[in-house]
Design a protein around this ligand. Structure first.
Ligand code: NAD
Length: 495
């Protein structure tokens, strides 16, 4: 069986001492084993990143930018190969895998503008003969820890900006679909990135803890579930590191009575069941305002999902693939089977749909009358399950969304500009869509939720990532006129 190994200083490393299975979710078969890094192996990757740092941070900005221009080209050229790798280990359909690659390319395009991004500020004559300027310097070695659900896009969220800013990186991708990160690291090197600037270690908590505990690692970017995000944030921050830890989500889509209900139903179906609901920006709760809207929407969504085609991601006819593991599939099913006992109404029960073979497939579910206090409403399910939480008014909708401990994304569907503007003003969520169900910001903006969806103060990619991956240094300069030289023991004043 193939062993997927680490990529350190441009070399394939790692022993088969501790490994984990990598499944093909469409068949349920183990297709490879992935090496789990020990503390020593992770430390070796950190050392490789530290060794590559001085030369990389001294590389001219134009040469650095060149790597990103070439990487963009390679990503476009190899998109089919990369999508095939994503689908083989994650299970999502190929078109969706290509979609994630194209969104990741936005981060590479952003990074290619690094000469502009790294410009500092300058103020002349702040005092007589004195100027001040600021520069942005890399923080050093950065750890990037990523989830299974976007094996290319999320590593690109982190690595593109971190590397552009002159840092070197140890990437620890999800052990469930580790191959895409390796492919990416090799593409970076093919694009001209020196070996050691981007290293990949695979594994579990052992590797992550080694990254968090190493004094050489100066910043940690994490994306994953809320409990792990919280613990990563606490441990890294306690060690004095800069940290951004993005967590889970429960995204509400509010539908006002004046909305185009057919468009809203199309959007809800796409956003709830795309990628089998394994997206942190998936719509998981529909919030129709008024029972008439709710009844109509439930009917329209149920009609639409009856015809969804579920099958292997490699099959062009499939609109939705399997879930990532058998355990996850069973956990998702338990939310649906338990919903009726909690007082919700299961309108479409996807758990009863049968599939041939041992793949981790599940049908799509629609659960009406979910409410706070029910597990099916309160918890992130991360599967193809759409809840409907009925409310009577706009104010009730806003109160419901704002009471959620998660605050990644939300959307309002309405034809009324005033309502949309008020929603934008009132809602306590990091990313908001106005008639846009999945408002993932384009690469020139930054991505991030509030509350339990992000620990730390910097959102990821875009302008906030430049802030996160650099340290500002402010230089005060004086070139005195030798004829004016004098001794003064007073505190330097600017007057
Ligand atoms: P996860 O939290 O299980 O794993 C994320 C990473 O942490 C992986 O690399 C994993 O190996 C590592 N990890 C797991 N357990 C650990 C532990 N005990 N100690 C240290 N490291 C550990 O998340 P996942 O299941 O891979 O991904 C799905 C989750 O990610 C969902 O909750 C989803 O909402 C979230 N997510 C959030 C965003 C966002 O931008 N907010 C984006 C994508 C995914």
């Amino acid at each position: 069986m193939d062993l997927i190994r680490h990529h350190v200083a441009g070399q394939s490393t790692g022993s088969p001492e501790r490994t984990g299975p990598v499944y093909d979710p469409a068949t349920g078969a183990v297709q490879a084993e992935v090496a789990f890094a020990s503390t020593a192996e992770t430390d070796a990757a950190i050392a490789a990143a530290a060794a590559a740092l001085p030369a990389w941070r001294a590389t001219s900005l134009i040469k650095r930018a060149d790597v990103f221009f070439r990487l963009r080209h390679l990503l476009v050229e190899r998109a089919d190969d990369l999508a095939a790798i994503i689908t083989a280990e994650h299970g999502k359909v190929l078109s969706d895998a290509k979609g994630e690659i194209s969104r990741g390319i936005e981060n590479v395009e952003f990074a290619a503008g690094l000469v502009h991004l790294l410009k500092g500020e300058h103020a002349e004559q702040v005092s007589r003969g004195v100027d001040v300027h600021s520069v942005k310097q890399p923080v050093g070695v950065v750890a990037a820890i990523t989830p299974f659900n976007f094996p290319v896009m999320v590593p690109l969220w982190m690595t593109a900006s971190a590397i552009a800013c002159g840092n070197t990186v140890v990437l620890k991708p999800s052990e469930k679909d580790p191959s895409a990160a390796l492919f990416l690291a090799k593409l970076y090197e093919e694009a001209g990135l020196p070996a050691g600037v981007l290293n990949v270690v695979h594994g579990d908590k052992v590797a992550v803890d080694a990254l968090l505990d190493s004094p050489t690692v100066r910043a940690v970017s994490f994306v994953g579930s809320t409990p792990i995000a919280r613990s990563i944030y606490e441990r890294a921050a306690a060690a004095g590191k800069r940290v951004q830890a993005l967590g889970g989500a429960k995204n509400h889509m509010v539908v006002m009575p004046d909305a185009d209900l057919d468009a809203a139903a199309d959007a809800a179906v796409s956003a709830a069941y795309g990628s089998a609901g394994e997206r942190c920006m998936a719509v998981s709760v529909l919030v129709p305002v008024g029972d008439d809207v709710a009844d109509a929407l439930v009917e329209k969504v149920a009609e639409r999902i009856a015809g969804l085609s579920i099958g292997p991601g490699t099959d062009a006819a499939s609109e939705m693939g399997p879930l990532i593991t058998r355990e996850h599939r069973d956990k998702v099913a338990a939310y649906v089977t338990g919903a009726a006992a909690e007082g919700a109404t299961v309108v479409v029960d996807g758990t009863t749909q049968r599939f041939e073979g041992d793949g981790f497939f599940i049908g799509v579910s629609l659960v009406d009358r979910v409410a706070p206090g029910m597990k099916v409403y309160d918890e992130e399910i991360f599967g193809p399950v759409l809840g409907v939480a009925r409310v009577a008014s706009y104010d009730e909708a806003v109160a419901l969304v704002n009471a959620s401990p998660f605050a990644n994304g939300t959307a309002v569907f309405t034809r009324d500009g005033g309502t949309a503007r008020q929603f934008e003003f009132d809602i306590e969520v990091g990313m908001v869509g106005i008639n846009v169900p999945i408002p993932v910001p384009v690469g020139a903006f930054s991505f991030g939720g509030w509350k339990n969806s992000l620990f730390g103060d910097s959102h990821i990619y875009g302008p906030e990532s430049v802030h996160f991956y650099t340290r500002s240094k402010v230089v005060t300069t004086r070139w005195p006129d030798p004829s004016e030289s004098q001794i003064s023991l007073g505190f330097p004043s600017n007057h």
